[in-house]
Design a protein around this ligand. Structure first.
Ligand code: AMP
Ligand code: GLY
Length: 423
């Protein structure tokens, strides 16, 4: 069958790698893709947020399965667009409806959902400009640190953690008067949870589920998890502190009630649920839901998913997850992300990437790369490459990724040298 994958990051490169290995995959297209995906797929110059352009690509390439990588098209309703279009009937789509994608697209919706279905998460209240005075009073009753979250999608910048009630009040006022545009018209004020985070990925058809390899990502730019947030600087699968006992709690207390909520609310959810969790003294709490896979967790997760990923996607689309089998590689995987100098602030593009051919024993997934006019690979984004390796331990996997990252160079390149430091 012909498959279209939407997106163009390291996550999509890793997915394209696994999809292309499936005997069920005749032709793979990625929109827009990057220099790495072109190795296994045909890149299409289509923006996933341009639904009519996606529709035209689907029809002209006889696509029978579409997999949506990023959240934005989902939150904007691409699944609903497909469902409503006469010409697209029968084309399978992986990704939730806009209503279901509110689990990621609206923090207030997600919190209310968790409260309704008894899913452990930080205590909270949410406020709008009309209830600002109550919000300020509420802050007086809190003990710092205080977590403020813009309700809507804010490109990973909408969460602010403050150590002072006065600063939190100033931030609440700024957010409610448009600091993040429409995304902060509503603000969730949350209790701070102190613990260690991890990422659980659930493949579902809306009824049944399978749990993919567990991962941990490293979001901050600086060593020791300091400095501003990024899209993600590295990942490890499997983080050793997430033991069988913890996963049993996650399934019972979090995944199963989430699926129950999806069913009770008749949410149309055939896709991935990425649950951002925090372990507080051995008890799991939800930090956030995402309606897609994580990046750079997917690079480590796909490395360990030995069973046919395309087959799993078809089982999700066709409501047959109950029959799905998943084979997870017992080896550990680790990913180191190489970024442009200056990222997550302003950075330059178009830097020549050298040394890729010298890499041995690791996989290099591309994110912000493109081919220049003479066909050389150049940088084209903040996060540029993800170097993923296997090992008997995650430390072994990491040292191989670092060994290969040292062979790759582009002007200004930067990566964190301490991925896995807290494990
Ligand atoms: P989110 O966008 O909700 O994942 O939040 C971004 C980051 O902020 C998370 O990865 C956590 O590191 C941190 N964070 C969010 N909510 C909380 C919380 N309630 N307690 C502690 N840290 C939090
Ligand atoms: N790595 C976190 C994310 O994809 O949102």
């Amino acid at each position: 069958m012909n498959v279209l994958l939407l997106g163009g990051g390291g996550r999509e490169h890793a997915m394209a790698w696994r999809l292309s290995q499936s005997p069920l995959c005749q032709a793979l297209f990625v929109a827009p893709g990057n220099a790495g995906t072109s190795e296994y797929a045909t890149n299409l110059a289509v923006n996933p947020n341009d639904f009519p352009a996606v529709r035209a690509a689907v029809l002209s390439h006889a696509i029978s399965l579409v997999i949506c990588g990023p959240e934005e098209p989902l939150v904007r309703g691409i699944q609903d667009f497909f469902k409503a279009d006469e010409a697209l009937q029968g084309i399978r789509f992986i990704g939730p409806s806009a209503e279901a994608a509110q689990l990621e697209g609206s923090k207030a919706y997600a919190k209310e959902f968790m409260a309704a279905f008894g899913i452990p998460t930080a205590g909270y209240r949410s406020f709008t400009a009309a209830t600002l005075a109550e919000g300020l009073d509420y802050l007086d009753s809190r003990r710092p640190p205080i977590v403020l979250k813009a309700d809507g999608l804010a490109a990973g910048k909408g969460v602010v953690i403050l150590n002072d009630v006065g600063e939190a009040k100033t931030e609440l006022e700024a957010m409610l008067s448009g600091k993040f545009g429409a995304a902060s018209e509503e603000v969730v004020i949350e209790d701070f949870l102190d613990g260690i985070e991890f990422s659980v990925f659930v493949a579902t058809d809306g009824k049944d589920f399978r749990v993919l390899p567990v991962a941990k990502d490293y979001k901050r730019i600086g060593v020791g998890d300091t400095g501003p947030n990024t899209g993600g600087m590295g990942s490890v699968s499997h983080p050793p502190f997430v033991d069988a006992d913890m996963m049993a709690k996650v399934e019972q207390r979090i995944i199963m009630p989430t699926l129950r909520g999806i069913q009770e609310r008749s949410l149309d959810y055939k896709g991935f649920i990425f649950i951002g969790l925090i372990s507080v003294e051995g008890e799991p709490f939800v930090i956030e839901y995402n309606c897609r896979m994580g990046d750079p967790e997917t690079q480590s997760v796909m490395a360990r998913l030995n069973s046919d990923f395309l087959k799993l996607c078809l089982e999700m689309a066709d409501g047959e997850v109950a029959a799905a089998t998943i084979d997870i590689d017992p080896r550990q995987a680790a990913t180191v992300v190489m970024v442009s100098g200056g990222y997550p602030g302003p950075y330059e593009k178009g830097k020549h990437i050298i040394g890729l051919a010298d890499v041995t024993g690791s996989m290099v997934f591309h994110a912000g790369t493109t081919l220049d006019e003479v066909g050389d690979i150049v940088t084209n984004g903040g996060r540029v490459l993800a170097v993923t390796s296997y090992g008997d331990t995650f430390q072994e996997a990491l040292s191989l990724s670092y060994e290969n990252a040292r062979k790759i160079n582009f002007s200004g390149s930067n990566y964190r040298g301490d991925i896995g430091f807290d494990l």
